[in-house]
Each structure stands twice: as structure tokens, then as C-alpha cells.
Design a protein around this ligand. Structure first.
Ligand SMILES: [Ca+2]
Ligand SMILES: [Ca+2]
Ligand SMILES: [Ca+2]
Ligand SMILES: [Ca+2]
Length: 320
């Protein structure tokens, strides 16, 4: 027969078993959470509606708001931003590749010479000397397996045959975009409007984002396992074509225009310096006392000298 004493002995054992069970459950949960950095990354991105979009109007800052369309006068130099939204906080971007297709008979993306880690090329990564917000982190865009950033990597011309390309990665980090925010600027592309017409810009299927672990975050190709929404933009240029330089590090300053010359107008004479007399009543003491007493003193001194000279000559004549 079980006694009350036996029941009391069994209770601590039961409590111990419950405690061990709880500990095991907590450990399993923690391990699963840590493993989210692996296979669960993609699911996390999809749950938060990951998207990349072109901000066609960056006049208030790249990706401040995402504008899908813009108009420009022919000859304008302007920027288009590649914006990421719906990032999963705590899982930052570790690498990316973008091809933004455009009509290179309407717009050109001037080539910037490749140098070093190419962080301020065109397209211009949100890292290096030019950043927008807190940047991407420590990245390099001289991807040896692909290419340096290029304003147009497609030699063909016409609609869709402009190809602004950029591919960057960061093996060591830090990676900031996606770390503590869910949206931000990937890169900015500088364009020059060279002819009137409507240009439909597309983020090509070859474009993608990846986690710092290297696994895919989202791809613009809808047929892949991890597709993401990729929104292009529309640019409408007006006016007649104007020549635009095909290379340069940045926006081109307008020329300095001299003032118009009116035929027959007399030449403008050079200004003649005017020597003004000293103001009256402003004496050497600087207290407004007049200069006149000093003049009388001078006259008196000269008169005294002349009189003394005359007396001296008279005295010499008498001695002779
Ligand atoms: Ca905008
Ligand atoms: Ca930059
Ligand atoms: Ca370049
Ligand atoms: Ca081209």
C-alpha cells in the first residue's frame, strides 16, 4: 500500500523530470531560432514582401519615396535609384547584382573609369565616398568573376539595349542594409537625357539580392525558387536632341555665358579714382578739433626761422 510518505518522496522526482523537460524544450527552441540564419532566410524574405524598385525622381533624395515615372528636358543630367523594401530585419544584404535596362538612344549612363573597389562608379553603390543614409556597409564592387560597374555593358543600341550593370559583395561585413532597417538604397545610376521620347526602364531577370551567408534572398527572374517583385520605371524626355559628353565622373556644370554685347553701344569707361579732401573738423586728435591751429603753428615756425636767419646775417655783417 502506497503511503503518504511514499507520495511525498515521488513529488520531487516528478518536479525534476518536468524541469528537465522544460530545459530541453527551451534548448530546442533556441537552436531553431539560431538556424533561421540558414534555410529559413528565404521564407523570412518572402513573408515580408521583398521588392526592388526604381525611384525615377531622386530630387528629394534616393528612395525617400519611390516614383515610378519622371519627365526630363533633353540634355538633363539626372539620377535613378535602385531601392530595396521589405527586407527582413536582422538578415542584411551581403551581395547583389543588378542590370537596369534602358533605351540608349534616349538616355545614356556615362561610363566612369574603373578603379579600386569601384564604390563610386556609375552605377554608384551606396558605399564608398558617396552614400545615402547609413549605406550598405563595407562592400566591394570590383567583382572579379563578373565585371566592374558599367553604364552600358551591351554594345547593341535601342530600347532595352542600354544595360547599367553593378555587382557588389561583402564577405567580412559589416552589412548594414537589412541589419536594423527594412528598406534602403542599393545604388544610384546617373543618366543624361539625349533625345526626346519615352524610355521604359526594366530591372532585368539577372538581378538578385543575397544574404551575408551567400544564400539567395530574392531574384527578379520569376521562374526561380525565390522570386521577388522587381519594379521598373518610365522616363519621358522632351525637346530636341543635344550633344552630351559620353564620360565623366559626375554631373556636368552648365557653361558660363558672357553678358550680351549691344552693337554700337559706347565702351564703358574704366572708373577714374577720385581723391577726396580730408573732412573738415577732423583734427589730429581725432576728437573733432579743427586742423587750423596746427596750420598757424607751422606758419609761425617758418616766420621765426626766417627772422632768426636775418638776425644772424646782420650780426655777421656788423662783425666785418
Ligand atoms: Ca523619389
Ligand atoms: Ca558610392
Ligand atoms: Ca565603370
Ligand atoms: Ca547599349
Amino acid at each position: 500500500m502506497r503511503t503518504a510518505i511514499e507520495g511525498n518522496r515521488a513529488r520531487p522526482v516528478l518536479l525534476s523530470l518536468l524541469a528537465v523537460g522544460a530545459l530541453v524544450a527551451v534548448t530546442v527552441l533556441a537552436t531553431a531560432t539560431l538556424r533561421l540564419g540558414g534555410g529559413a532566410e528565404q521564407a523570412a524574405a518572402q513573408e515580408s514582401s521583398l521588392a526592388v524598385s526604381l525611384d525615377m525622381d531622386t530630387s528629394d533624395g534616393p528612395c525617400t519615396d519611390i516614383d515610378g515615372a519622371i519627365s526630363h528636358a533633353t540634355g538633363d543630367i539626372y539620377s535613378v535609384a535602385i531601392c530595396a523594401t521589405g527586407l527582413y530585419q536582422g538578415y542584411p544584404i551581403g551581395s547583389f547584382t543588378f542590370d537596369v535596362l534602358y533605351d540608349d538612344t534616349l538616355n545614356i549612363a556615362p561610363e566612369v573609369a574603373d578603379s579600386d573597389t569601384a564604390l563610386d562608379d556609375n552605377p554608384d553603390a551606396n558605399a564608398g565616398a558617396t552614400v545615402w543614409g547609413d549605406g550598405l556597409g563595407s562592400f566591394a564592387c570590383d567583382n572579379s568573376t563578373l565585371a566592374y560597374p558599367t553604364g552600358d555593358k551591351n554594345v547593341a543600341t535601342g530600347p532595352g539595349n542600354g544595360d547599367a550593370f553593378i555587382a557588389c559583395d561583402s564577405i567580412q561585413g559589416p552589412w548594414t542594409l537589412g541589419d536594423n532597417e527594412t528598406a534602403g538604397v542599393i545604388a544610384v545610376i546617373r543618366f543624361a537625357a539625349i533625345a526626346a521620347g519615352t524610355d521604359t526602364l526594366v530591372i532585368a531577370d539577372t538581378s538578385f539580392l543575397a544574404y551575408s551567408s551567400g544564400t539567395s534572398m530574392g531574384e527578379c527572374d520569376p521562374a526561380t525558387l525565390y522570386p521577388m517583385t522587381c519594379n521598373g520605371g518610365i522616363d519621358t524626355n522632351g525637346g530636341a536632341p543635344v550633344p552630351v559628353p559620353t564620360s565623366g565622373p559626375g554631373p556636368i556644370a552648365p557653361p558660363v555665358v558672357p553678358p550680351p554685347v549691344v552693337p554700337g553701344a559706347p565702351p564703358i569707361a574704366a572708373p577714374v579714382p577720385v581723391i577726396a579732401p580730408p573732412p573738415t573738423g577732423s583734427g589730429p586728435a581725432g576728437d573733432g578739433s579743427p586742423w587750423m591751429p596746427l596750420g598757424w603753428l607751422l606758419v609761425g615756425a617758418v616766420g621765426t626761422a626766417i627772422a632768426a636767419g636775418g638776425l644772424l646775417r646782420l650780426a655777421r655783417a656788423r662783425q666785418r
